[in-house]
Write a protein that binds this ligand. Structure first.
Ligand SMILES: [Mn+2]
Length: 293
């Protein structure tokens, strides 16, 4: 019915919104904003990433394709967060990711604080995790907290063999985390290793991940603060946007099952980090679309 098009709708990622039933890629916002130890304001991040995404081209010169022609993209909006009940909120995240993935669609989570990755991963068995991050997030607890942005990957490792976790872009951790990573043989590439040899790192990652299903978690602080100032815990010495895009294009050729983009804090951002987030997502979608073509 014609008049239905006149009903105003909240624009999804890219300003486009394919009906969920026809979608093969499904965005969901996760405005989780409860455990920050420093800057907060993650709750505004999904909206800011969507806003930036509507102001970037959907045709990617790197891939020579328009992602909206190649993929049916839907955006189901934001998951309801109960700030005083992380468990209930987490169960909601897991349930939605599981449902979307179970229906053969790729879930994409717009964070939100990094803690959401733990809940998203509960939806998958038999998956490898590639974490792009300045920080290891491998503390056993932080300020008495067992599940927060600083411990999230340690909790993930309670359900995932350590050889299934690859950390890329690392340049900050505690002594305890460094020792834990070494003992458990978590594969690590520092930001300097990635910057120095993107192709070499990609080859090693491909060898490790093989054909296995991959969950990609992209903490925007993997970027240098010059390129992404609006993150919760900025860490100098990171990748430039171009270096990250080169890496992303290669990782998109893996068997990516789902991914998240986390840690944007809009009150501290002038739009730079939000636009970087949207661009990263477009490039990743283009790489994924090219590899299934
Ligand atoms: Mn981080």
């Amino acid at each position: 019915m014609e008049h239905e098009h006149l009903i105003p709708i909240r624009p999804g990622f890219g300003g486009f919104d394919e009906p969920y039933e026809r979608a093969n890629v499904v965005f969901m916002g996760v405005p989780l904003d409860v455990t920050s130890s420093y800057r907060s304001g993650y709750r505004f991040a999904p909206a800011k990433i969507r806003e930036a995404s509507a102001n970037l081209e959907t045709y990617l010169t790197s891939a020579g394709l328009d992602v909206f022609e190649q993929l049916n993209i839907s955006d189901v909006g934001d998951i309801v967060i109960t700030p005083t009940d992380l468990k209930a909120t987490g169960e909601r995240i897991t349930r939605l990711v599981k449902r979307v993935s179970g229906e053969g669609k790729m879930p994409i989570l717009l964070g939100g604080e990094h803690t959401l990755t733990y809940f998203a991963l509960q939806a998958f068995d038999d998956i490898s995790v590639i974490q792009l991050d300045a920080h290891r997030d491998l503390r056993d607890e932080y300020m008495g907290d067992k599940l927060c942005h600083a411990t999230v990957m340690r909790r993930v490792l309670e359900h995932l063999p350590p050889e299934r976790l690859l950390q890329l872009g690392i340049r900050s951790c505690s002594k305890e985390e460094a020792e834990f990573a070494q003992e458990t043989a978590v594969t690590t590439y520092t930001s300097e290793q990635v910057i120095g040899d993107v192709q070499g790192v990609v080859a090693a990652v491909k060898k490790l991940a093989g054909d296995s299903r991959v969950y990609l978690t992209i903490d925007l602080d993997v970027l240098d603060p010059a390129f992404a100032p609006g993150v919760a815990t900025p860490e100098p010495g990171g990748l430039s946007t171009v270096e990250l895009l080169r890496l992303i294009r290669e990782l998109g050729k893996l068997n990516v099952e789902a991914f998240d983009v986390v840690e944007l804090v809009p009150p501290h951002d002038d739009g730079t980090a939000a636009f970087a987030a949207a661009k990263i997502i477009y490039e990743l979608l283009a790489a994924i679309a090219s590899s299934v073509k």
